[in-house]
Ligand binder design. Structure first.
Ligand SMILES: Cc1cc2nc3c(=O)[nH]c(=O)nc-3n(C[C@H](O)[C@H](O)[C@H](O)COP(=O)(O)OP(=O)(O)OC[C@H]3O[C@@H](n4cnc5c(N)ncnc54)[C@H](O)[C@@H]3O)c2cc1C
Length: 376
C-alpha cells in the first residue's frame, strides 16, 4: 500500500504549509479553554482556518464544505500538529451527522454557519445517569404541533458555554424501548429555558458545562433524520469522533516524543537505563500508531464504524497515556511544579480513556464483536 501523497495532495500540503508560514505566528500562542480570552483566541483561529478554506474539507461543497476525500482531513491535521499549530475545530463528527442525515432544508440552513465557524456547536449526549449507558437517557423532546418541547439535563457538554447550537439526543418516543425511542435535534442554545453552568477541571480547563433544558421550544423542522433514528445517528457520529482522519493526534504525539528524546540526548534530563528503554518502547508505539492511522485513512475513510472504531480508540489511548507516563517520569516532580502546558497535556491524556465511550466499554465491544466472546 502506497501512503505517499498523489500530486493533488502534495499541492494541497504545500499550499497549507505556505499559509501556515504566513499566518500561524499571530495565532500560535494563547489558545485553549482556560479563560474567556483564550477561548476567544481559539475561536478566532478556527475562523481564520475556515476563511482560508481549511474547515469542512471532506464535507459537501453545496453546504460550505470542500468535497475532498477524507485523506485531506488527515493531511490538514498532520500539518497543523507538525507546525505546532492549535488544533482544527472539533466539528467533523457533528458536521458528518448533519450532512448525512438532515433534510436538505436543514442542511442548507445550518451547515454553512458550522463549517464557516461563524457558529459554534456542541454535542448534547451524556447525562448524569446516562454516560456509558447512553440509551438510558431521560431528557425528553415531546412533540407539540410544529415543535418539540425539551426538558432534562445534559452534562460534560464540551464548549456549551460559548455554543450557538447543540446537537441534542433526546427521548421523543417514550413508549418505545431504549435505543428505539431516541431522536436527534438541533437546538438553539440562546432559546428561552436553556441554562448552562460551567464545570472547571483539575487542569484549569473551563471547557465543560452542565446544560439544563426547561420547556425549551425547538421547531419540528430542526429534527435531524427521522423520529426514532437518534441512536443510529449518534453511533454514526461517534465513528467520526477521533476517527482516523484525526492524524494530528499522532503528529502531536510525535512532537512530544521528539522533545523528550532531545531532553535525554542533550543531558537536559537525566534518564536511567529503565527510562531510556521505556522511551524507546513509546517510540515504537507512536510509529505503529502512525502507520495504523495512515492505513485506516487510506482504506476506510474518516470515520471508523463499529468495532474498528473501538480498536482505534483503545490503541490511541494506550499509546498516548503510556507516552505521557514516560514524559512525566522523565521530568520528575518538576512536571507538576513546572510549566502548566505539559502537565495539562498529561491530564488531558487521562480523559482520552473516557470520552466517546470509556476504555471498559471499548474492550467489551472488542471482546464481543471482534473476538466473538459471549457476554460476561
Ligand atoms: C474530555 C471529555 C469530553 C466530553 N465531551 C462530551 C460532550 O461534548 N458531550 C457529551 O455528551 N459528553 C461528553 N463527554 C462525556 C463522556 O461521553 C462520558 O464521560 C462517557 O461516556 C462516560 O460516561 P460517564 O462519565 O457517565 O461514566 P459512567 O458511565 O458512569 O462510567 C463510570 C465507570 O464505570 C465503567 N462502566 C460503566 N458501565 C460499564 C459496563 N457496562 N461495564 C464495565 N464498566 C462500566 C466506565 O467504564 C467508567 O469507568 C466528555 C467526556 C470527556 C472526558
Amino acid at each position: 500500500m502506497n501512503f505517499a501523497d498523489d500530486p493533488a495532495e502534495a499541492g494541497f500540503r504545500a499550499g497549507l504549509r505556505a499559509w501556515l508560514r504566513d499566518h500561524l505566528d499571530e495565532h500560535r500562542e494563547g489558545t485553549g479553554y482556560e479563560s474567556a480570552e483564550s477561548v476567544e483566541r481559539t475561536l478566532r483561529w478556527h475562523r481564520a482556518l475556515a476563511e482560508a478554506g481549511y474547515v469542512g474539507l471532506s464535507l459537501p461543497a453545496a453546504y460550505g464544505g470542500h468535497g475532498l476525500p477524507d485523506v485531506y482531513e488527515g493531511i490538514l491535521n498532520e500539518e497543523l500538529a507538525t507546525a505546532g499549530a492549535p488544533a482544527s475545530p472539533p466539528i467533523g463528527h457533528i458536521a458528518h451527522a448533519v450532512a448525512d442525515f438532515a433534510s436538505e432544508e436543514l442542511k442548507a440552513r445550518v451547515l454553512p454557519g458550522l463549517l464557516g465557524c461563524a457558529e459554534v456547536w456542541c454535542q448534547g449526549f451524556s447525562e448524569p445517569g446516562a454516560g456509558s449507558d447512553l440509551a438510558g437517557l431521560t431528557t425528553t423532546a415531546t412533540a407539540d404541533g410544529d415543535r418539540f418541547v425539551v426538558n432534562g439535563q445534559k452534562i460534560w457538554t464540551s464548549g456549551a458555554m460559548w455554543s450557538d447550537r447543540c446537537l441534542l439526543l433526546a427521548r421523543t418516543e417514550p413508549g418505545l424501548a431504549r435505543h428505539r425511542g431516541l431522536s436527534m435535534l438541533v437546538v438553539d442554545m440562546r432559546s428561552a429555558g436553556v441554562d448552562c453552568r460551567e464545570i472547571v477541571l483539575a487542569s484549569g480547563s473551563r471547557e465543560f458545562a452542565e446544560v439544563f433544558f426547561d420547556d425549551v421550544s425547538v421547531p419540528a423542522a430542526n429534527l435531524v433524520g427521522e423520529r426514532g433514528q437518534g441512536w443510529r445517528i449518534a453511533m454514526h457520529m461517534l465513528a467520526y469522533e477521533r476517527g482516523p482522519a484525526d492524524m494530528g493526534w499522532v503528529g502531536r504525539l510525535g512532537r512530544v516524543l521528539a522533545e523528550a528524546r532531545e531532553d535525554v540526548r542533550t543531558g537536559r534530563v537525566a534518564a536511567d537505563a529503565g527510562l531510556r528503554l521505556r522511551l524507546a518502547e513509546a517510540a515504537v508505539d507512536v510509529e505503529v500508531l502512525r502507520w495504523h492511522v495512515a492505513r485506516s485513512l487510506a482504506g476506510r475513510g474518516g470515520g471508523s464504524d463499529g468495532a474498528a472504531g473501538s480498536v482505534d480508540k483503545l490503541l490511541t489511548t494506550r499509546v498516548e497515556q503510556n507516552l505521557y507516563r514516560v514524559v512525566s517520569d522523565l521530568a520528575g516532580p518538576s512536571f507538576v511544579l513546572g510549566a502548566p502546558g505539559p502537565f495539562a497535556d498529561y491530564l488531558w491524556s487521562r480523559a482520552q480513556s473516557i470520552y466517546g465511550g470509556t476504555q471498559q466499554i471499548q474492550r467489551q465491544i472488542v471482546a464481543q464483536r471482534v473476538l466473538g466472546l459471549p457476554r460476561a
